[in-house]
Design a protein around this ligand. Structure first.
Ligand SMILES: NCc1[nH]cc(CCC(=O)O)c1CC(=O)O
Length: 311
């Protein structure tokens, strides 16, 4: 394939779950197509080892990222591929998000061996989910449900469902699709039903900030509309504390027409204890720069705060 810059010899640091390996292999393929030499370095992170506690209780998003960053610092690898949803708002000094790839399905999926949708679940049914956002939004939709925490990689979560520990589970549609498990999806929630998390469905590539050559080589993989939409979403997360211990949804879409520069950002904040009603906000703006995207996010944060949301 044609390539303006000189080909690079690259190593991608990756977690070893099936989803992480799919994502790393996806970026590997795209870079190979552009003439680079690319291998993978598989690693186990703290987040992969701690499976018995809720993520929000053990340190959150950073848990999946630290070991990969150590590999980048030590030169054992040059890039790490992350689900953007799991990337902290502010990376440690010396690291940067070099690009965000085109977004897959950003929505959540309903999976159940017996029931076709949330509405079909009987009163008091047991639903498993790993995120506080989904817990709060599920409770908002169906206060009668018993919502139980569910952790582990996608295969583990499906096994727990199949063993009968839950009547249904809710997880990211894109994860299931990437692993070829889309046949398990009974219903995909619309954003109106269940607003996605900031960055859900998108991949981000993390590199050392000083690696200008690699940052340039990654730009052909970048998708500007996804970058701007997720910058707006991530600004909402940053404004409200930016961790997965806050039940927060933030989802931006481009206005109909495709050529429009109008970004529509919606967000929802919930109280972990369910004592306060769901707080929702939305705004639209012309967005052609990261600064404008972040300003839209901050506008929505201000609305959420004045409606009762607290970090
Ligand atoms: N928090 C775990 C996680 N991180 C990224 C994905 C799926 C891919 C994505 O949402 O972009 C998942 C699984 C899930 O939430 O069900």
């Amino acid at each position: 394939m044609s390539n303006n810059a000189s080909p690079l010899a690259l190593t991608i640091a990756t977690r070893e779950s099936r989803l992480a390996l799919w994502q790393a292999t996806h970026v590997q393929t795209l870079l190979l197509q552009r003439g680079h030499r690319v291998q993978l370095l598989g690693m186990t992170t703290r987040g992969d080892q701690i499976l018995d506690r809720s993520l929000s209780k053990v340190g959150g998003k950073g848990l999946f990222v630290k070991e990969l960053e150590a590999a980048l610092l030590e030169g054992r690898a040059q890039l790490a591929v992350h689900s953007l949803k799991d990337v902290p708002m502010d990376l440690p000094a010396g690291f940067t998000l070099a690009c965000v790839l085109p977004r897959g399905n950003p929505c959540d999926a309903f999976v159940s061996p017996r029931y076709a949708s949330l509405d079909a679940l009987p009163h008091g049914a047991c639903v498993g989910t790993s995120s506080l956002r989904r817990q709060v939004l599920l409770h908002h939709l169906r206060p009668d449900l018993r919502i139980k925490p569910l952790r582990g990689n996608l295969d583990t979560r499906l096994r727990k469902l199949d063993e009968g520990q839950f009547d249904a589970i809710v997880l990211a549609a894109t994860g299931l699709e990437r692993l070829g498990l889309q046949a398990r999806i009974r219903h995909i929630f619309t954003p109106e039903q269940m607003l996605p998390a900031a960055g859900q469905g998108a991949l981000g590539v993390e590199v050392r900030s000083d690696d200008a050559q690699l940052i340039a080589a990654l730009q052909p993989l970048a998708d500007a509309p996804t970058w701007l939409a997720t910058a707006a979403e991530r600004a909402v997360s940053r404004g409200l504390g930016g961790s997965c211990s806050v039940p927060l949804a933030a989802h931006a879409v481009w206005a109909e027409g495709g050529t429009s520069d109008q970004l529509w950002l919606r967000a929802a904040w919930g109280d972990v204890h369910g004592r306060q009603p769901l707080v929702q906000a939305q705004a639209r703006a012309q967005v052609t720069s990261t600064a404008q995207a972040e300003a839209l996010g901050e506008q929505v944060v201000a609305q959420l705060r004045s409606a009762g949301a607290a970090a």
